[in-house]
Design a protein around this ligand. Structure first.
Ligand SMILES: Nc1ncnc2c1ncn2[C@@H]1O[C@H](COP(=O)(O)OP(=O)(O)OP(=O)(O)O)[C@@H](O)[C@H]1O
Ligand SMILES: [Mg+2]
Length: 277
């Protein structure tokens, strides 16, 4: 199985001296769905920005879709970005364009033909359940609908990887579930998903791999627990971590020894003192 993302000893120090990430080693394989959690300032957005090439590592190597982006030339960045769809917390829709044009625009900028666009956009809008809103403008939509357009735009060029930094941060909880449901459906069709979130209820409800970042380091990483996957325990990484889900509750993530089966991985809800609820 090919890695879509691989961090090898990656650190990021910003110009002002802040070390946002320290010695990150991590692989994300094709077809995985990964939640990235951690408290404010932990380094989650920095982690995402390195992948999207908005920032560069200060140290180490970062491979994205087989390409070493640690020292990538500026001119090559658009080609790497074409392989990914990016979903933003604040949607970033173009207000004076219709829903249809917002999605079509993402195809135009990569040079798709008019014919391809006319076929593809209605299909993607129906995938996110908003074909009936094609002629509306973003300001006529609910928050959840706006984010579904954001998702449609990220998907329209058929990326192999979707990156979302708190895509549900500006919508209410019920709609958050809807968005993650959609992402799950997209993931089932083979797209790798990496999503940063603060929402405990989402992480708990959708059983996905969870990577927790704390003070610039990975402090917990559950393996992919889908039943059809063999776990690949990292012998260098013994986790007995606590996933702090920011709302005062904790999940202990117990990683069993090497050769453990996925069913041996267990997330236990505790009362925050390590006692099982
Ligand atoms: N452009 C920047 N220049 C200097 N320091 C930065 C910059 N961006 C982020 N930082 C610092 O790096 C650290 C990690 O920030 P980051 O944005 O990655 O955190 P985060 O986990 O995404 O937090 P949040 O949950 O609040 O979005 C913080 O200490 C932050 O102040
Ligand atoms: Mg952030």
């Amino acid at each position: 199985m090919a890695s879509v993302i691989e961090f090898r000893g990656v650190s990021k120090v910003y110009n002002n001296g802040t070390e946002a990430l320290h010695n990150i080693n991590l692989k994300i394989e094709e077809g995985e769905f990964v939640f990235v959690v951690g408290s404010s300032g932990a380094g989650k957005s920095t982690f995402v920005k390195l992948i999207t090439c908005e920032e560069r590592p200060s140290k180490g190597q970062l491979l994205v879709a087989g390409e070493d982006v640690s020292k990538i030339r500026k001119g090559k960045i658009p080609y790497v970005r074409r392989k990914m769809g990016i979903v933003f917390q604040d949607f970033r829709l173009i207000e004076h364009m219709t829903v249809y044009d917002n999605v079509a625009f993402a195809m135009r900028v990569v040079g798709a033909s008019g014919r391809t666009i006319r076929k593809r956009v209605p299909y993607i809008l129906s995938l996110v359940g908003l074909q009936h809103k094609a002629k509306h403008h973003p300001n006529e939509l609910s928050g959840g609908e706006r984010q579904r357009i954001g998702l449609a735009r990220a998907l329209v060029n058929n990326p192999s990887l979707i990156i979302a930094d708190e895509p549900t941060g500006n919508i209410d909880p019920a709609l958050s579930f809807e968005i993650v449901d959609l992402l799950s459906e997209i993931n089932r069709r083979g797209t790798t998903i990496l999503m940063v979130t603060h929402e405990h209820s989402l992480v708990k409800h959708f059983h996905k791999r969870i990577i927790q970042i704390h003070s610039g380091e990975i402090v917990a990483d559950t393996a992919d627990t889908r039943p059809d996957r063999e776990p690949e325990p990292d012998p260098n990484f013994e986790v007995t971590g606590v996933v702090d889900l920011d709302d005062g509750t904790f999940n202990d993530i117990r990683i069993m020894p090497e050769n453990a089966k996925p069913s041996d991985y267990e997330a236990i809800e505790t009362d925050g003192k390590g006692e099982r609820k």
